[in-house]
Design a protein around this ligand. Sequence first.
Ligand SMILES: Nc1ncnc2c1ncn2[C@@H]1O[C@H](COP(=O)(O)OP(=O)(O)O)[C@@H](O)[C@H]1O
Ligand SMILES: [Mg+2]
Length: 365
Amino acid sequence: MGPRASETVTGDLTADTVRVALREVQYPGLTRDIVTFGMVDQVSVCSGRVKVRIALRTADASVPAQLEASITRALRSHGAVAVAVEIVAPAAAPAARAPRHGAGDPWGGRVRLTHVRHVVAVGAGKGGVGKSTVAVNVALALARDGLRAGLLDADIYGPSLPILLGIEDGAHLVRMSKAKHILPLAAHGLPIISFGFFLGEGSPAIWRGPMVSKAVKQFARGVEWPELDVLVVDLPPGTGDVPLSLAQAVEISGAIVVMQPPRVAATEARKAAEMFRSLEVPVLGLVENMTGAFGRGAGRALSAEMSVPFLGEIPFDRGIVEEGDRGVPTMIARPSSTSGAAFDHVARGVATALGWRHIAAGARP
Ligand SMILES: Nc1ncnc2c1ncn2[C@@H]1O[C@H](COP(=O)(O)OP(=O)(O)O)[C@@H](O)[C@H]1O
Ligand SMILES: [Mg+2]
């Protein structure tokens, strides 16, 4: 690069143009860029020398090096003569601790939800494996065991908890608090909020990444929950923007991954589990759902392979479908059935993983 060329280009480099250039840098393995994800913490530029600070929380040791390489490449192509990348944990970043005045993303940084002791995310590699069914029935089983449980339906692409809980008219019932927070509805004794209550005619299927990210963050933090021991969050399937945005917005104690028995499904489930790990969300365990109809044992095998707890198998049971359709979940309709006992077993595994050891004896934590 000749001195003249470098002069003209670097002359244009400012903190703002650097931030624009950083939009070309994708988070490894995901479709969105690091600016959209709110990871760019600080930028300083001095005659073509750029310093970038990235606030990042990941358990995947290869991510920082990959990001450093792609950030350097992108900024050099925009004329930076030197690039220094510093990667810090979000908690250590001043921007995350105290929002700078008039600058930055007001939703940047991770918060602990008020009144909520543990957030437990339920994810899956693909749709239709029974993730929502497991989320609902495990939350109800936790409540039966004396824990204060709540449900957040963050499956923005296919919110189904209103149907499973028989509150399809929820959109008309939701109210805001004086402080402009969303107040949860109650269904079968559980406080619940679904993204579906707020979608109206708009479909997030056409939303761009930044819209999804902002909506999820606002939604996750904007609910005024009562005192809860566990908030179970139903995520969309896959490894997209929603889990990442959620993990950036709120502290998550752990995740459950739901999968179906065929061995081929293990690849997708593994991706989901690896995504949680890379977001530093501990995987509390795997659940095999619809055991019997498509085989058996893939969940246990993958758990062993990935060294994560196996939380149990839920049998294939047509009653579960019928109960879901009429909005009376199995844990309400038939808690003592084989399926009910299976959900209860999973719930106790979750409670144990969160540190409650006396749930089986019926003692409140
Ligand atoms: N153990 C089961 N046995 C039989 N059908 C089930 C079982 N679990 C879920 N289903 C059914 O499978 C379908 C998909 O379940 P759902 O919970 O909506 O999946 P997801 O949230 O993963 O898309 C629903 O019709 C549901 O009733
Ligand atoms: Mg679902």
